[in-house]
Design a protein around this ligand. Structure first.
Ligand SMILES: [Zn+2]
Length: 87
C-alpha cells in the first residue's frame, strides 16, 4: 500500500514491529490509524502518546485505544506503520 509522500504502510499484524512499544519502535516509523468501519485514516501522534501514556505503551495497546474521529467507531480499528524515507 502506498501513501502519499511515499510512506509505506503495512498492517501491524504483518510486521515484526507489532510487539514493539513506543520506546523500541525506531524514530522513522510513523503511526497511522485506520477505521475498521469507514476506512478513514488519520496520523497518530506517537510523541503525544509517549508523553501521556508513557514510552512503554505497546503498539497493540495503542491500537486498542483508537477511536475514529469521523464516525466514532472504536472497534476493529487498525494501526498501520509507516516508514518515513530516511535521508
Ligand atoms: Zn470511521
Amino acid at each position: 500500500m502506498r501513501h502519499r509522500r511515499g510512506i509505506d504502510l503495512a498492517p501491524r499484524g504483518d510486521t515484526a514491529e507489532s510487539a514493539s512499544t513506543l520506546e523500541t519502535l525506531p524514530e522513522w516509523y510513523v503511526l497511522v490509524a485506520m477505521c475498521g468501519k469507514c476506512r478513514h485514516q488519520a496520523p497518530v501522534d506517537r510523541r503525544q502518546i509517549a508523553r501521556t501514556r508513557g514510552v512503554g505503551t505497546s503498539l497493540l495497546a495503542i491500537a486498542g485505544m483508537l477511536k475514529c474521529r469521523r464516525c466514532g467507531n472504536a472497534t476493529g480499528n487498525e494501526l498501520l506503520l509507516g516508514k518515513l524515507p530516511r535521508d
